[in-house]
Design a protein around this ligand. Structure first.
Ligand code: FWO
Ligand code: ZN
Length: 382
């Protein structure tokens, strides 16, 4: 199928001006000031976006695609995500994960759901594991899952510095990270260790301990929820200064943490990513560990935080886009294929309204969303 998106004001994330984009099947084949529909090659679908801003599809590296939760008992297990909840928020690639509940949630279900979403139209990957250590896997161990199961790109979300963690020792974590690392090498994957960082005073000290006492590269560690409290942000700045990437959980005040990293700690924006924790539970505990509140994450928060960083944080669009596109693609070793509007990349493209809302979304060249509404839905979506 040949498509041409005409008169797009393209942020690749770099602003490259008014361009036509030629899509051949699932990939971007050509970008030029003017592309005339080729003749004799069958039907060519042309969409004139009339100068609208067009950006790469967003990559969300932390989504509980089969649901999560459970911290308040069975009635607090959060719902499975549906395709349109992802695409209508401009997200075209997700990494699925388990969380607190490694008892009633299973890796087989996570893998099947990731495959389902891929069939329904987006691009998916998963982390093997859950909060706990030892962590649930599909095959015998983390290394084999990362090496042999295509969608597995690493291990996560492994909980540290949290009353809900398995209280792993640094030695436990070193061995886990080594498995992910070697599995990544063997399978041609990033071999990531995606840490859930709780509110405990040690924060990401376990990661610094691992880095100081092993040969493991900092680039495989992607700690998330790093905007949870001020001391985590400070540790995050130190981690970034050593070359690590800090993952911020999107949401109401998330942009304030990002602005502190940028302006107070001079962290380059290339060392910051955001993710939504979509469909994960958002429990609140009091100092005695009693559950005092419970919400659920939403993929939509990516958009809200990205807009806050631009509008309230006065960060230019081409910079702010990186936290949801090229920076995440680099984590996932998908640079040039995802998170950019470039020849050879997958045709994951988002057209924005003047109010920075979602108008159209293409995933691998297929139009999935128009006027912000899903025109392609999941199998059982109404
Ligand atoms: C965060 C996912 C948390 C689940 O700390 O980690 O609980 O398994 O669904 N969510 N436990 C939310 C905060 C960052 C607000 C999870 C959740
Ligand atoms: Zn988490």
């Amino acid at each position: 199928m040949i498509k041409i998106i005409k008169n797009a004001n393209v942020y690749s994330p770099e602003p490259i001006g008014k361009r036509d984009i030629l899509i051949l099947d699932e990939r971007i084949a050509h970008i030029a000031e003017k592309i005339d529909p080729p003749t004799g090659l069958g039907e060519v679908e042309v969409v004139d976006v009339k100068g609208a801003t067009v950006v790469p599809g967003f990559i969300d590296q932390h989504v509980h695609i089969i649901g999560g939760g459970g911290e308040g008992g069975p009635a607090t297990r959060t719902p499975e995500i549906q395709l349109s909840q992802i695409t209508t928020n401009g997200v075209t690639t997700v990494v699925g994960c388990l969380g607190t509940d490694g008892t009633t949630r299973h890796m087989y279900s996570l893998l099947a759901k990731a495959r389902a979403l891929e069939i329904e139209g987006i691009t998916t990957f998963i982390y093997t594991g859950a909060y706990e250590v030892p962590t649930p896997t599909i095959l015998d161990n983390v290394r084999d899952d990362v090496a042999l199961i295509d969608k597995v790109i690493g291990v996560g979300e492994i909980a540290i510095s949290d009353h809900r963690s398995a209280q792993p020792s640094v030695e436990d974590l070193k061995k886990l990270a080594a498995e992910a690392r070697v599995g990544g090498l063997l399978g041609g994957k990033p071999g990531l260790v995606h840490f859930h960082v709780g509110g405990g005073p040690r924060g990401i000290q376990p990661i610094f301990d691992i880095l100081e006492s092993t040969e493991l590269p900092i680039t495989i560690f992607t700690p998330t929820h790093m905007n949870r409290n001020p001391q985590l942000l400070e540790q995050g700045a130190r981690f970034a200064k050593q070359g690590g990437k800090v993952d911020i959980t999107a949401g109401r005040n998330a942009y304030k943490g990002i602005m502190r990293l940028l302006n107070e700690f001079n962290v380059p924006i290339e060392n910051i990513t955001i993710s939504s924790d979509g469909n994960g539970s958002m429990p609140r505990f009091d100092q005695d560990g009693n559950l005092v509140g419970l919400g659920v994450g939403s993929v939509r928060t990516n958009l809200e935080t990205w807009r806050d960083v631009m509008i309230k944080g006065h960060v230019p669009m081409e910079e702010a886009l990186k936290i949801l596109t090229t920076n995440v693609a680099e984590n996932l070793k998908l640079t040039g294929k995802k998170g950019c509007i470039a020849v050879g990349a997958d045709a994951d493209i988002v057209e924005l309204t003047d109010e920075l809302e979602i108008n159209r979304v293409w995933t691998r060249g297929r139009l999935m969303v128009e006027n912000g509404e899903a025109i392609v839905k999941g199998t059982f979506e109404q």
